[in-house]
Design a protein around this ligand. Structure first.
Ligand code: SF4
Ligand code: FES
Length: 334
């Protein structure tokens, strides 16, 4: 007997190992049916279950107990059962509920995409385009905080934080002692000031990459350029601290920023160290591998030389030129 479990998501069957969550089963299928995830991060132990963007409808619990689950469930926290049937984009109920989740996430999040450094690579921005409504029903003032420098390279702007806890889990994972957490609860919850203490760690810059919104940003890149005007290029170096595999973001010949490489689900493939991220900003620090493939849906691909169809150019056609010359000669003789 196979020890794999069969689950069907939006009508597409897949066999997965026991213990797999619905979200990860959907990721094994890939494409549009993968639920969005604002807090789950496969590289961060314990993450997920906070944002509710990944909700799905379980229409059949399992082969043994085919009853549907009474409420929508968080797919990042629900493991599959054999014979389970799930709906994501095929369920109008899920789409409607997700719209509500996005509205909730945007209650305190400022709509300042035009001036936010994360614009163009912000998961909340994408979600609000897909599911958001153009107006807000919220009549109260949004929560506001002072910007906070976390060391000289990272800035925290709590106004934009959606309390996904990813940076907390990153800090937990890279340090031996917990130095960073969320203080207060409900409307008063905020990333604790103790995050400043995590800065001593060589890997602290990764909190920038895991943040799905523009709450944690790279001060060495802030306001230098819009991300869609930059060219991402894969590169590596022999680094004693990390794998040294990064993406360089170029403007002309200048490396404006260095980030970890992200996979199709927007998660970093490998965490990189602060030396690679902040101190190696010259082309000759790196071995260049080539242009990074960017999803055609991403705004970054708008100026990407790989995905653009070649511009029409006027080619020299010797035959046509000769014919034109002969015609001109005939015309002048007449
Ligand atoms: S700062 Fe960013 S990564 Fe940290 S909890 Fe807020 S949104 Fe999540
Ligand atoms: S990704 Fe599942 S609750 Fe946030």
């Amino acid at each position: 007997m196979s020890d794999k479990l069969k689950v069907t998501i939006d009508g597409i069957p897949v066999e997965v190992a026991p213990g797999t969550t619905i979200l990860n089963a959907a990721r094994q299928i890939g494409g549009d049916i993968v639920p969005p995830a604002m807090c789950y991060y496969s590289k961060l132990e314990g993450s997920g279950g906070k944002c509710r963007t990944c909700i799905v409808k379980v229409t059949k619990g399992s082969e043994k107990d085919p009853r549907p689950m009474p409420k929508l469930v968080a797919s990042c926290r629900t493991t599959v059962m054999d014979g389970m049937e799930v709906q994501n984009i095929t369920s109008p109920e899920v789409i409607e509920a997700r719209k509500g989740v996005v509205e909730m996430l945007l209650i305190n999040h400022p709509l300042d995409c035009p001036i936010c450094d994360q614009a163009g690579e912000c998961h909340l921005q994408d979600l609000s385009y897909e599911h958001g409504v153009a107006t807000t029903r919220y009549e109260f003032d949004r929560r506001t905080f002072e910007r906070q420098d976390i060391g000289d390279k990272i800035q925290l702007h709590m106004n934009r934080c959606i309390l996904c806890y990813r940076c907390v889990f990153t800090a937990d994972q890279i340090t031996n002692q917990r130095v960073h957490g969320i203080l207060g609860r409900g409307d008063h919850a905020e990333i604790s000031t103790y995050i400043e203490k995590a800065i001593d760690n060589d890997f602290s810059g990764n909190v920038i990459d895991v943040c799905p919104v523009g709450a944690l940003t790279d001060k060495t890149f802030r306001f230098k350029n819009r991300v869609w005007f930059t060219k991402p290029v894969e590169a590596h170096r022999d680094c004693p601290t990390c794998s040294g595999k990064v993406t360089l973001w170029y403007k002309g010949e200048e490396v404006l920023r260095v980030t970890a490489r992200k996979d199709e689900f927007g998660e970093v493939e490998e965490f990189i160290c602060n030396t690679c991220r902040f101190d190696k900003k010259h082309t000759n620090d790196w071995v260049i591998e080539g242009p990074r493939n960017v999803s055609h849906k991403s705004v970054i691909s708008a100026n990407h030389y790989e995905t653009l169809t070649p511009l029409p150019v006027i080619k020299k056609n010797p035959e046509l030129m000769e014919a034109n010359k002969q015609q001109l000669e005939r015309a002048t003789k007449l």
